[in-house]
Ligand binder design. Sequence first.
Ligand SMILES: Cc1cc2nc3c(=O)[nH]c(=O)nc-3n(C[C@H](O)[C@H](O)[C@H](O)COP(=O)(O)OP(=O)(O)OC[C@H]3O[C@@H](n4cnc5c(N)ncnc54)[C@H](O)[C@@H]3O)c2cc1C
Length: 389
Amino acid sequence: MDFTLNDEQKMLIDTIRTMGEREKFRDLAKRIDETAEFPWELLKKYADLGLLGMTLSPAHGGGGQSALNAILVIEELAKFSPMIAAPVFESSVGPVRVIDIFGTDEQKQAVLPGVCRGELSVSVCMTEPEAGSDLTALTTNAEEEGDHYVLNGRKSFITGGGHASHYMVYTRFGKVKGYKGIGGLLVEKGMPGFTFGKQERYMGLHGMPSCDLFFDNVKVPKKNLVIKPGDFNKLMLTFDIERCGNSAMCLGVAGGALNEAKAYAMERHAFGRPICEFQNIQFTTVDMATKLDAARLLVYRAAAGAGQGLPSMYEAGMAKAFANEMVVSVTESAMQIFGGYGYSTEFPIERMYRDAKAWCVAGGTIQMLKIGTASMIYGRRFDQRRSSS
Ligand SMILES: Cc1cc2nc3c(=O)[nH]c(=O)nc-3n(C[C@H](O)[C@H](O)[C@H](O)COP(=O)(O)OP(=O)(O)OC[C@H]3O[C@@H](n4cnc5c(N)ncnc54)[C@H](O)[C@@H]3O)c2cc1C
């Protein structure tokens, strides 16, 4: 078993780190949080550096790189802020991968090159007001009519909502109940009857577009069918790549908080000594580093196992749940090391804590991931609908 990154991967991390320092990403992260404005100019920069569509197929302008390489870049950028890493996340491990893996040639040609140039982006649209964890209860509906589907329904909390050019919509087809009736349709911004709600205001991740989507008799051409009903598992399998990206965000935020806390502990004095000389600060720091490393091993295992394809559900689910809990714990410990300054908006730690909390829900809650992992451990399904009484 080889736990070392290869030279190319080490160089990739180094390049990202140098760029972050040169471009003053630490200051940019603070500015994005304060203004809640996304720095769209990053897209061109990242496209020029080949950081968009890193994992997408080269035939359509993608980098053809491994999931692990994209994870390494996301982690390094998220040390500054998840917003700064977001374009790499969206274009390399986001829902565009569903099109890359399962789409028709026409769909790929229409979307992938534009994503790699930073001109197009794809949002994933699963959650509804009455169907979050209970995803298979979704009621958004597509009815077949001639050469198109008529789409009706509403989606909530859609990252990229209002900004993205394309929306991978999980919808029920006809009246088929449960997961067997669910498939994926690609809906384009501007289609008549497709509108957006007001932008969400979150505790963290300021600057990330997000809103509800409304479909009112939207005519979606049949050629936009990406995943046919009955192939719901394909949607979920591809979503496991996104879960690795979510976990990489956690590694980055936790790594950023650990770096800040370490530097602060060496600088800050109490009782006439730098606080890093107190054993409790040392033990706290060691616990933070240990949890981060443990999460990193789980995330890298899942991503390395995926290669250029799909990760194992077991590995991706376990990695995300662990990384989600880890990042909250590590950023909270960093706040304690900073004392009163950790609670001040002058320092980045409170932002990192706010950003950390998002990942425990986005991409599926920790609880739902553990339910999925439990099924795999016991080798049987645990029906959440059945009453235990
Ligand atoms: C920052 C952010 C970004 C997001 N981006 C997107 C996006 O781009 N696209 C998208 O489709 N969605 C997105 N979401 C929505 C997210 O996927 C859902 O919020 C999530 O799946 C939970 O659904 P819910 O909010 O309806 O909570 P609910 O399903 O109502 O759950 C509420 C609580 O009950 C728990 N719970 C529910 N059922 C069980 C059970 N059987 N056993 C134990 N506990 C249970 C949950 O774990 C949770 O703690 C985003 C959310 C956030 C916060």
